[in-house]
Design a protein around this ligand. Sequence first.
Ligand code: LLP
Length: 421
Amino acid sequence: MVVEYNDKGELTIGGTSLKTIAQSFGTPTIVYDETQIRTQMRRFHEAFQKSELNYNISYASKAFTCLQMVKLVEEEGLELDVVSEGELYTALAAGFDAQHIHFHGNNKTKREIQYALKSKVGYIVIDSLEEIDLINRYASEEVNVVLRLNPGVEAHTHEFIQTGQEDSKFGLSIKHGLAIEGVKKVKDAKRLNLKGVHFHVGSQIEGTEAMIETTKLVVQWLKENDIQIELINLGGGFSIKYVEGDVSFPIEDGIAEITEAIKTIAQEADYPIPEIGIEPGRSIVGEAGITLYEVGTIKDIPNVNKYVSIDGGMSDHIRTSLYDAKYEALLVNRNDPKDETVTLAGKLCESGDIIIKDAQLPSTVKRGDYLAILSTGAYHYSMASNYNQMQKPSVFFLKDGKAREVIKRQSLRQLIINDTK
Ligand code: LLP
């Protein structure tokens, strides 16, 4: 995505002035470069097509979902992962073909299982032994299931977004025998068809090593136990660039490495290569999204720190306080040099409500200016809350110089809509 200043000194994405967007639609607001989202999806497709393996790419809704996002996923020929009744509802409300939806979750409720079955989703990803009995009990016809394995592999990422390590609430442990027990149980269950296996080693992973190592372990395990399946889903977790020094997962080379490795692994294990699935979320939408804020109070504490506060905060940007995540801010309405380090803070009643601890900004930044925080397309809107009764921001898709609203800003009225009088 090209983010650059135009000759009026205004920050632009794909030629659209972000100052105009902020002025016309208010702040905070999240804007996506729609072309960039589509490009990411196409890059994954093309990389897999080159491998000549059977593949499917499903977008992990949890990164960001809404009706228009689901439509875009459909237009680009991706499948869809959902992890809750709400995500399934959103997908179906957008008219997404249920056959291409996969239902995840480590503690699916009875209602969710019944909803997934009734909607005839493509497959349900089983995350525990108990769930096998539950699905078999509620199903009235054959249902495709995929077993989520816990491979016991630790990926190098933040501990809270690691999911593949042994001590985890996700998946069935290979090492501790739960996975093989799961396979037997599924085979014994009358209405369940074991379509495949799944694993997810973690999020924001820069290299291919963890995925390749895990695939090897899983293929060996399948061969040793003589388990035939149609699909191995490698999960998501491909990294994006938040700040200088971060690496965006190199989709073309990375997928080529993974698919080549799979061919070798399968050949060495003498195991037929099944369909290969992936579930990227962050790498599809993360870098394509930018959040626009307006600057308010500036507090300069002599010899201590300078706080620049914006009109949002941890209600729409939780990742800094939750994961100590790093971001870059750019002044939107002037192209002044970044000559100062400040703390960019939110407006919520918590000292920990920080957007960027050491933000490089121009010293000219003043009340009424607009700031853009880059790479806020994944796990921002979807993790937004109403803490302090803050309203969730609006969301726009930008394409060919035009902005279309895909989510309206929450109204004050909506904040109390469920309250009884
Ligand atoms: N598949 C499964 C089974 C997952 O658990 C996840 C993410 C994904 C796919 C998509 O991963 P992605 O490609 O987006 O990294 N809130 C955290 C991220 C939690 C991710 C949980 N699972 C964050 O803001 O970094």
